[in-house]
Design a protein around this ligand. Structure first.
Ligand SMILES: [Zn+2]
Length: 244
């Protein structure tokens, strides 16, 4: 099992979940919402080789966390994984879009300066803006578009830029999500749960449940369940190549 976008630190019983997540999943990427949260979570989650904590500043809270901006940029040199970063242009975050763009640009500039990072990127309502900035920073590393929800044209643009895509069961519940899935190269897809923000039968989706996307991919590709699980592991290996 693989989960490329989990908010494991935000589950009520996060600490007691760690051993189980580490046992069930080959790899889990825990994205954080602020650099201070990254510092604390990295400390607490250390000791689990297959659970990595990404340094982030969630675009929806840039205003509240603006004081942590310098800490974010100065910590990039110490972090292999960056996320959750990006832009959110939905109604409630729209008023901070300029600040978001300015921070996102600084993050990518710094990622470029330090030789590139693996980045989990949020782009709700802002796919074109995100792609515009990404294209200006080709050396920033490997962008993983988390829960991509742009237009088909934007999907194609992201694909041709070499983006990766983390796809979760929640995304595939909508017709739009399924339409996007059809356009993604199979070797650029990785599973994500986005738990505990996503739920199933009113319980948070668990990191080992991200692989529930496999049956939907199966319908499109005609490959067996096992072949697709192997494909996801191969994708993970390619993504992580050069990091460890
Ligand atoms: Zn998230």
């Amino acid at each position: 099992m693989i989960d490329l976008h989990s908010h494991l630190d935000l589950y009520q019983n996060a600490l007691s979940l760690l051993p189980e997540v580490s046992k069930r999943n080959v790899f889990t990427l825990v994205v954080t919402t602020s650099p201070r949260a990254w510092e604390a979570t990295s400390r607490v989650f250390s000791g689990y080789e297959n659970i990595k904590v990404a340094l982030g500043l969630h675009p929806e809270i840039v205003k509240q966390k603006e004081k942590e901006r310098n800490l974010l940029i100065s910590s990039i040199t110490k972090a292999n994984f960056i996320g959750e970063i990006g832009l959110d242009n939905s109604l409630r975050s729209r008023n901070s879009i300029e600040l978001q763009e300015s921070i996102f640009t600084d993050v990518l500039t710094e990622c470029e300066r330090v030789g590139g990072r693996i980045m989990s990127i949020h782009s709700r309502g802002a796919a074109t803006r995100v792609l515009n900035i990404l294209e200006k920073h080709p050396g920033a590393g490997k962008p993983i578009m988390h829960w991509f929800s742009g237009s088909i044209k934007e999907v194609h643009r992201a694909v041709s830029n070499g983006c990766w895509f983390s796809v979760g069961p929640a995304m595939l519940k909508s017709a739009k999500g399924l339409k996007i899935l059809k356009e993604l190269p199979i070797n650029k897809i990785l599973p994500e749960s986005d738990g505990p923000f996503t739920t199933q039968k009113s319980l948070p989706l668990m990191p080992w449940e991200a692989m529930q996307i496999i049956p939907e991919i199966q319908k499109l590709s005609g490959q067996t369940h096992q072949e697709l699980c192997l494909q996801m592991e191969e994708n993970l290996t390619t993504l992580l190549n050069g990091v460890f």
